[in-house]
Unconditional design. Sequence first.
Length: 183
Amino acid sequence: MVSPSLSWVNATGGSTSPIAYPGGNLSTDTGPVQGITASPRVGSGINYQYPLNFREFWRVGLVALQAYANSAYGGNFETLSSANQLLLLQDLWANKPTSFSNILPSDFAYELTFMTWAGFLMDPIYGGNQNMVGWTFTGFNGVNFGNFYGEGKDQKALMVATTPTRLKPASLAQYQQQVSGGA
């Protein structure tokens, strides 16, 4: 079992303000952590991290996003017009929100963008990419290797073909259904 270290609490160059988020204080196996003085970003470049797990990062970020949407644009993000939603996202990328629960708004915007694309391109069996529109958009064929729908294409011939062949995508769920005999 891994015991998480709290060495980041006394990190050099840390912020003097505690990392606050709605719902209480950070907790560990040894009890709640009060008065955290760590810099919200520990490390540099691609090696930085926040002293929050991914779930807390999203929870804090979504609450801060809604608070900013209400204060700057007068409503929750999902109720804003598409023009105001775009402006709000541009504000995030430009780090305009000054109170974003000690998360850089651009970091949250990056995660939001990355996870949206991940959902758009994942196999539909995991809940995103409904009707395989992401795969159709990008030309990815999923588990269709040339004959899933009876196209009659040979996988080896497709690999050495000099011209691209667009195949209709097939998902893992379709493959599982085909393999199990449609049960």
